[in-house]
Ligand binder design. Sequence first.
Ligand SMILES: [Fe+2]
Length: 305
Amino acid sequence: MPTASATVTEEFLTDDIGFEEISMLPIDHPGAHDPDYRARRNFIAGLAKRYRKDPRHVIPNVDYTPQETAIWRHVYDQLEETQQRRACSLYLESKGRLGISRDRIPQLGELDQKLRAISNFRVAPIEGLVETRAFLSWLGKRTMLCTQYLRHHSRPDYTPEPDIVHEIIGHIPNFTNPDFADFSQTIGRGAVIASDKQLEQLGRLYWFTVEFGLVEEGGEVKAFGAGLLSSYSELEHAFSDEVERRKFNLEEVVNTAYNYSDMQPILFVIPSYAYLKEVTNKFISRFWKNGDQEVAPIGVPQGVW
Ligand SMILES: [Fe+2]
């Protein structure tokens, strides 16, 4: 759920743990009371901050620990069999093409180089949650913001925020698909000019596709959303009788509210990525007719481009 904003409230831990904490953890975060985890997460988040200040914008490598690699392998192994049955073929092919395996946590920098060559899409490190319009604005530049730290080891099946497991296992493979990459860029361009109401609609479109999308493939329904592909329980749940799988209708999708902390009761099935790209283009083109004016992407450091 990278589009949710991280509002700091009194519920966030603010005690002194001996360094300047880049992003506060909500008090119910599994790692909130683990100073070693918070220090490690903070160190990795600091690398992302340094990336933006670096005039060369070289994506930093992270020397992942055995404990972090064990979390990666746990999630990878848990998902493997279900993904083979439930994930769309493009995703499964792409995982192999990008060299994503259980052996090690891939570095963002190497995935960035591969994506650039395949679909002219990029990734960039980020230290935490970003406000919706800013996050989507980067997609408009064909760039996905990705965290590099991992979830807490006490709950390897759960993360309340995007982590590198969610980014790589869930999101990154989809960007090798040119139609999906173009669709993502279109959403991002739309976010730059959207009114607040339109931005909310774009957030719903993003949620029901990029995060929880299903696609029809050879007469079967398959998963392509990152929230499904990176969570064993979500992926199993998506194909259970508890979920209503509806034919994708953009007007319905952008007017359907969701709760990001619950299992999803309704999911939408697109007929193809090309269709999704086409209807999204038409939807965004209406924004201009409303008389909105283009503004500079909020939160995008121009020096990066
Ligand atoms: Fe996500």
